[in-house]
Ligand binder design. Sequence first.
Ligand code: SF4
Ligand code: SF4
Ligand code: FES
Length: 312
Amino acid sequence: MAELARGGRRDAAEVEIRVDGREVRVPAGATLLDAIRAAGGDVPTLCYHETLEPIGACRICVVELEGSRTLVPACQRRAEPGTLVRTDTERVQTSRRMVAELLQSSADTSLAPDVERYGRAYGSRPERWRPLLDGAQEVEAPTPARVDNDLYVRDLDRCILCYRCVEACGEQVQNTFAIGVAGRGYGARIDAGFELPLPESACVYCGNCVAVCPTEALVFRGEYEMRRAGTWDEARQHVTTTTCPYCGVGCPIELHVQDNRIVKATAPVDDPTTHGYLCIKGRFGWAYVHAGLETGAGQEPDRPAAAGASPD
Ligand code: SF4
Ligand code: SF4
Ligand code: FES
């Protein structure tokens, strides 16, 4: 029997459920997704993010639950004792295919690898919705990406409304509440309030919304420009984990380096301090490395601009 909690003893605070015919024991409060993974399986997820409370927006993770009339989202539903779950029935596959088709037909998912992968896996045919969408009054014309600051771009035609960014900006991580969802239906969009440019909003440019966006609807400015120029190439990038030099917290940061230049900073999601989140300094402050290298200011010959910040 697979176990989520190790130790070999049956704990009163555990529940036992059956996943695709396989018994699994998980701690009380675990979700069906936890149980499915503990049983060695998996289901697709999009709005789910390991550092956020389950959002339940996309419904691509649905599974069949014995006794339930409807499919249930595995990322959100708690495992109850005796639950019988089926993760890959024809009904489940049809539902996931529909979710993928609707997302792929209403947003540009070409830079959303998970959406594209699930679409292929479930036989999505988004083109069959095109005639309906073309005739719908509410469907808005493509909107150009909003490039209104130096740090990140909002390219919202790529947005699948997973709400991850809203949760990361709000009480779960950043507590800034700079962005939310405005509008309804096809007009729903991520907004910083009254369609304001970001510099006029409450945004503090931590970039945490960008870090959790699965579709590049929110994208770092440098990456956005390099993609447009055709020079962004992850195959030529390597990642160096170092320590943010700006304050005593010492957050670990991952510097993505291409052609001997830092092109992006992220943080390891499994770090117990940051959980992958940073402030503006850790996220964007690395630019001084190249400023120093280009001007030679404060350097001795053949030495990098700052300790720990060498691209290599
Ligand atoms: S950069 Fe930070 S403060 Fe600004 S919208 Fe994103 S999460 Fe909110
Ligand atoms: S901008 Fe990105 S993270 Fe935010 S709702 Fe859209 S797809 Fe999700
Ligand atoms: S991943 Fe479960 S509802 Fe989105």
